[in-house]
Ligand binder design. Structure first.
Ligand code: AMP
Ligand code: GLY
Length: 430
């Protein structure tokens, strides 16, 4: 069959890589793709991935019968709805289901209605009421723009003044339309853990746990980013935490198939959890694979990915069988100098082949492109995701950093401490 992947990041390179391993794929297209997907699939330019019409036209022209949607924007825009209506199979929820990510208010109401443990919150469409709630809860406190803000719309405020400023920023348009409503939450403490599940027909098939590192600098300091590194599985879970997270994911999946949630959710539901003293609580749901979580989860998957994607897209829950390799995966993100602020592009990248010569190492591209001379160059804030598999956590981590040392581009920036706290143990979060 011919498959089209939508998106251009490290997640999409990993998705494409996993699909390409299947013997069931004839032609594999990625729109728009990146420097990494270009070597294992056909990159497609000129398709507007947020327009169902544009995607549909490409599918019809190239006999594509299955579309895998990577990022959230096309999901929220309803691309899945329209493609399905045109008879094309889609991996990804429809616009209503994608509201679990697209609106934090919607998502919190869904959690409360279904008894899903989460932080206490209020949702506001005006500054006065929002500020009153901030004063009532007190600091530390979390302020979130309601809509999609590319991971930048969440402010964890240690001081009341910072929260007040964040609320004012939101209502004065710092996040555009996404900030027209603001969710204010109690601040939870603990380690974070992601658990993603394939969801179809109201059933969840949980993947393996992963832990992202969102802050830019070592020691979890500095601004939030799209993710600077990740590992899987998460070795610091207390007894009972994984079953509880799985229970919550199942509960959420069942709720997507029931009134008043009228959708047939077919895709990934991403649960972002805080492991609090009172048990795991949901920080957020996303309606898609995580980035960079996917880059450590898919290399550990031991089932044909095309079979799973197709079963999810067709609602054949009974055919979903997941198996995981008994290995650890660690991913270190190489970013451009200045990220998550402004950065330069076009720096020549060297050493990927040498890095991938290390057994168990795969380099997924996030922001790369080929220049006019055919050289691989940087084209984004996050540039490469260096992933290593190992029999132990230490082995995977050592290999990932050995590989990182072999790759060079001007301004290469990365965290030295990916996985460090997990190696110390749960006490590292206390
Ligand atoms: P979100 O996009 O909702 O996951 O928020 C991004 C990040 O902000 C999370 O990964 C957490 O690190 C942090 N965060 C979000 N909500 C809370 C909360 N209620 N308490 C503490 N930290 C939070
Ligand atoms: N790694 C966080 C996310 O994909 O939202």
């Amino acid at each position: 069959m011919n498959i089209l992947v939508l998106g251009s990041g490290g997640r999409e390179h990993a998705l494409t890589w996993a699909l390409a391993k299947s013997s069931r794929v004839d032609e594999l297209f990625v729109a728009p793709g990146n420097g990494g997907t270009a070597s294992i699939a056909q990159n497609v330019s000129g398709v507007n991935i947020n327009s169902a019409e544009s995607v549909k036209a490409f599918c019809q022209e190239h006999d594509v019968t299955l579309v895998v949607i990577g990022p959230e924007a096309p999901l929220v825009a309803g691309v899945a709805d329209d493609l399905r209506a045109a008879g094309i199979r889609v991996f990804g929820p429809d616009a209503y289901g994608a509201q679990l990510e697209g609106s934090k208010t919607f998502s919190k109401e869904f959690m409360v209605a279904n008894n899903i443990p989460t932080a206490r919150y209020g949702s506001f469409d005006n500054e006065g009421d929002a500020l009153a709630y901030v004063n009532e809860l007190g600091a530390p406190i979390v302020v979130k723009a309601d809509g999609l803000a590319a991971g930048k719309g969440v402010i964890v405020a240690e001081e009341l003044e910072d929260a007040i400023e964040a609320v004012k920023d939101c209502f004065s348009g710092a996040f555009g339309e996404a900030g027209a409503k603001v969710v204010i939450e109690e601040c939870l403490v603990g380690p974070e853990c992601s658990l993603l599940a394939f969801v179809t027909n109201g059933q969840a098939f949980c993947m393996t746990t992963a832990q992202d590192h969102k802050r830019a600098y070592d020691g979890d300091r500095g601004p939030n980013t799209g993710g600077m590194g990740v590992y899987s599985p998460v070795p610091i879970l207390n007894e009972g935490e994984l079953p509880e997270m799985q229970r919550i994911m199942q509960l959420a999946a069942e709720a997507t198939a029931k009134d008043p949630f009228p959708v047939d959710y077919r895709g990934v539901l991403y649960g972002g959890f805080m492991l609090t003293a009172e048990g795991p609580k949901v920080l957020e749901f996303n309606a898609r694979f995580g980035d960079p979580e996917t880059q450590v989860i898919l290399p550990r998957l031991d089932t044909d990915f095309v079979d799973i994607v197709e079963a999810v897209a067709e609602g054949r829950a009974e055919d979903i069988k997941l198996a995981w390799r008994d290995e650890w995966a660690v991913c270190v993100v190489l970013a451009s100098a200045g990220y998550p602020g402004s950065y330069e592009k076009g720096k020549v990248i060297l050493g990927i082949d040498e890095a991938e010569a290390i057994e168990g190492v795969t380099v997924f591209h996030a922001g790369t492109a080929l220049n006019y001379d055919g050289e691989l160059v940087t084209s984004g804030g996050r540039v490469l995701n260096v992933v290593a598999l190992g029999k132990t956590f230490e082995e995977a981590r050592d290999k990932a950093y050995d590989a990182v040392d072999l790759i060079n581009f001007e301004g290469k920036q990365f965290r030295q401490d990916i996985g460090k706290r997990a190696l110390i143990g749960r006490s590292a979060w206390e």
